[in-house]
Write a protein that binds this ligand. Structure first.
Ligand SMILES: *Cc1c(COP(=O)(O)O)cnc(C)c1O
Length: 432
């Protein structure tokens, strides 16, 4: 199977090329030229398959000949070695916890998969690759962890100054080795702009062999469809609806792919914070981004969701799209009220992103007449947002053992104020 560019000019490429390039030469995102539904028998008996077997079956049509089956199984085993538990919160509502990976971020799966794929594709190459990634908090940490000490690869992370939490900043800036952190004066969108400019910059590309690790890269994006398979495997219920706390809309887009592959999911809710470009689109059918607003669910502080074009690609028209997807926006006050309510009722601590997901799910379920089972994606561990959460529930969150060492490590980053400043900085760096 090949991937086409959504700008329609560049020619189709296989998985390996799409992963290495990130973005097509015409600037378009890559998208599968077709999506072949999986066998009914497989979908109906997911509980008989291991998580790795499910991953193989789901992903093999996209990967084609780019990776042989034995190596793909190895890559998947390196990627998926933690759980995706569902927590029952009563009233047919479940939290799908996606934060059990090494950096406590749902992005660990995509980042580890991509790192493993690139290491595999480059195993015989003497060229040094540079992975450039803009992060609103969690992506950078997951990518840094996935690529840490991967031979032949440097990682440069750009994150917005004062707009990530303390733990997130530590996860970004304390790795050392082949990981470099750049602290950018501005918003996440400013970081993303620098990355986009860098990819259009011939001089930089020649010197650094740039690759993107944002969710525009299919290796980061596609494996996220596995979460939905694991949820359906464990839940075994009909009439499922999923609410996804959304920023760049990669995760929800992967969910829609899972549906196209045959998962029996009835509806998707894209839950956002005040960065409400898509909720407003569902009302007006017009995309009119506003400046990014800083919120407590900072990984979703995105006003131009880069994956939305992939979602539009999957549907004939707006009618079609809105029959399976809705979108709602919530402010920080509502988010913290939800955190408090779920803590008081269920003794369960949400993070701000999961709380937005919960709110969207509630709103949708209240508008439905039929009985449905709702799952919201809990995309981060609450400890990353301890300040806001502890203030709200007046309880100290237990520090997860996995990241115990991080508070004693020294932060190291370079300050960046503009594209030219960025370019000068990295051109002057002596990487190896
Ligand atoms: C990245 C992220 C999101 C948003 O995911 P998208 O795929 O960009 O929509 C939500 N929550 C957390 C914690 C994240 O890190």
């Amino acid at each position: 199977m090949l991937f086409k560019s959504l700008n329609g000019i560049s020619k189709k490429v296989n998985f390996e090329t799409a992963v290495k390039k990130g973005l097509a030469d015409d600037g378009g995102l890559y998208f599968p030229e077709h999506i072949r539904p999986l066998k009914k028998d497989f979908i109906e008996n997911l509980e008989n398959y291991s998580n790795i077997d499910i991953a193989l079956t789901v992903l093999e049509q996209f990967i084609g000949d780019s990776i042989n089956k034995i190596d793909l199984r190895k890559i998947l085993s390196n990627t998926i070695d933690f759980d995706f538990p569902l927590v029952d919160l009563g009233k047919n509502i479940y939290s799908l916890e996606l934060f059990h990976g090494p950096t406590l971020a749902f992005k660990d799966v995509g980042a580890r998969f991509m790192a493993n794929c690139l290491a595999y594709f480059n195993k015989n190459s003497s060229k040094l690759n540079t992975v450039l990634v803009a992060t609103s908090g969690d992506t950078g940490a997951a990518v840094a962890n996935g690529f840490y000490k991967v031979k032949g690869t440097n990682v440069i992370i750009l994150y917005p100054k004062n707009k990530v939490s303390e733990i997130q900043e530590r996860q970004l800036t304390t790795n050392g080795n082949n990981i470099t952190a750049l602290r950018v004066k501005g918003s996440f969108d400013d970081c993303q702009k620098i990355v986009k400019n860098a990819f259009l910059d011939k001089e930089l590309n020649e010197k650094f062999n740039l690759t993107s690790a944002n969710s525009i890269n299919i290796a980061r994006w596609l494996p996220q469809s596995l979460y939905y398979f694991y949820a359906v495997k464990n839940l075994k219920k009909d009439n499922l609806v999923f609410s996804i706390p959304s920023g760049n809309f990669g995760n929800i887009c992967a969910g829609l792919i899972a549906m196209k592959l045959g998962l029996p999911i009835k509806h998707f809710i894209a839950s956002t914070n005040l960065n409400d470009t898509i909720p407003r689109y569902f009302e007006s059918q017009v995309l009119s981004p506003k400046p990014t607003i800083q919120t407590i669910s900072n990984a979703m502080d995105v006003s131009i969701p880069s994956n939305f074009i992939r979602i539009q690609e999957m549907f004939e028209n707006f009618q079609d799209l809105s029959s399976v997807m809705s979108s709602y926006s919530f402010n920080d006050k509502q988010t913290l009220e939800a955190v408090k309510k779920i803590y008081n009722n269920n003794n369960y601590i949400l993070d701000p992103h999961g709380a937005v997901g919960y709110l969207g799910l509630k709103k949708h379920l209240e508008s439905c007449s039929a009985q449905k089972t709702g799952v919201f994606l809990e995309t981060a561990h609450p400890i990353k947002f301890a300040n806001d959460i502890e203030k709200s529930i007046k309880v100290k969150i237990k520090f997860p053992e996995r990241i115990n060492g991080i508070l004693s490590k020294k932060k190291k980053y370079y300050n960046i104020v503009s594209y030219n400043n960025f370019k000068t900085k990295i051109m002057s760096m002596d990487f190896y």
